[in-house]
Each structure stands twice: as structure tokens, then as C-alpha cells.
Design a protein around this ligand. Structure first.
Ligand SMILES: [Cu+2]
Length: 186
């Protein structure tokens, strides 16, 4: 049970971060469109994406539809997203929650309308904030979330403004262990 050590460490970090009481923000599995919408990235007011060259490339598109929940799990049965495959609509969002076995992230590797420089890839990158539910954090790459280290930390991706098709994703730390999935956007 090696991952117990990881969980304990993450738990200590979470306790330190929560500090002053009443974690009313604790996420549940119920759909929470408002929270997801609030978590969606604001247009780069802070200038984090200021180096983007194309004027249209850095603008995030907020969730307009349903927010789906995906759990990030590492336990005796292995490392996985649950569900690992889901079908959503353009405008929906997905809220990933670090349940056990973290740190986890979500990184996209295969996109419809191929090419890392495609407008679709830029839109998805813009829809992936450098912030988890726990606060600002560094993205691992344009199409990768920050690491979710603390238990119950969340990360929400908007699929507004992207092209329909299949989006393969994985967890970078656990890719070799098969932690991956596919989102079909209709
Ligand atoms: Cu993982």
C-alpha cells in the first residue's frame, strides 16, 4: 500500500491549507453548475496568457451547459478516471476531483482538428485555467492542468467553443499505469 504515504502527505498539506475552519467549499459529487461557472477562467485579466500572439487565441469560453463530474482515483484496483469515457456537448464542462492516490492531472494529447497550433487546441488551452479549486497553480503545459495534490482538490475544464470529436486525455504521473480516458464532444 505504498500510496498510503502519498495520501497522508497530501492530507497534511490540505490541513495546512485549510487552516481557519469551516471548509464549506468541500466539493460534493452533485452537479454544481454555478461553482463550475465561477471556476471557469476569466479572460486573461491577470496577464498570465499575455505572451499569446494571436489576439483570438487566449480567450476562454465559459461553460454554458452541464458540468460533469470525473473522479481521479488511485487505490488497490489501480489508477484511473471514473468515468474514463463520457459523452458531452459543446458548451458543457467537466469537473475533475482528486479523490485518492494523487497527485493527478488531466492532459489532452489527441484533439479533433489536429495540431498543437490549431485554433481548436488554442481554444481548449484557453479553457484550461492555471487554477484548481485550491487556488492558482502552474499548468504543466498548454493542454495540461496543474497537478492536483490535495485530496478533494478540483479542476474544471470548459468545452465551450471547441470542435466536436474525440478528446483523449490522461494523467501525466500515471500514464504508464493506464490512467487515461476519452471525452466525446458532440
Ligand atoms: Cu494520476
Amino acid at each position: 500500500m505504498r500510496f498510503h504515504g502519498v495520501v497522508l502527505t497530501a492530507g497534511v498539506i490540505a490541513l495546512g491549507a485549510c487552516g481557519g475552519g469551516g471548509d464549506k467549499n468541500a466539493s460534493t459529487s452533485t452537479p454544481d453548475t454555478t461553482a463550475a461557472a465561477a471556476a471557469a477562467p476569466a479572460p486573461a485579466a491577470g496577464g498570465a496568457a499575455a505572451t499569446t500572439t494571436a489576439a483570438t487565441a487566449g480567450k476562454s469560453a465559459p461553460i454554458t451547459g452541464k458540468t460533469w463530474n470525473v473522479q481521479m482515483i488511485g487505490d488497490q484496483k489501480g489508477y484511473r478516471f471514473e468515468p474514463a469515457t463520457l459523452t458531452i456537448k459543446v458548451g458543457d464542462g467537466i469537473k475533475f476531483t482528486n479523490v485518492t492516490g494523487g497527485p493527478h492531472n488531466v492532459a489532452f494529447n489527441t484533439l479533433p482538428a489536429e495540431g498543437a497550433d490549431s485554433a481548436n487546441a488554442k481554444q481548449l488551452a484557453a479553457n484550461m485555467p492555471a487554477q484548481t479549486g485550491a487556488g492558482p497553480s502552474a499548468k504543466i503545459g498548454d493542454l495540461s492542468s496543474p497537478l492536483l495534490t490535495a485530496p478533494n482538490d478540483t479542476y474544471t475544464v470548459s468545452f465551450a467553443g471547441v470542435k466536436p470529436g474525440k478528446y483523449d486525455f490522461n494523467c501525466t504521473p500515471h500514464l504508464a499505469l493506464g490512467m487515461k480516458g476519452t471525452i466525446t464532444v458532440q
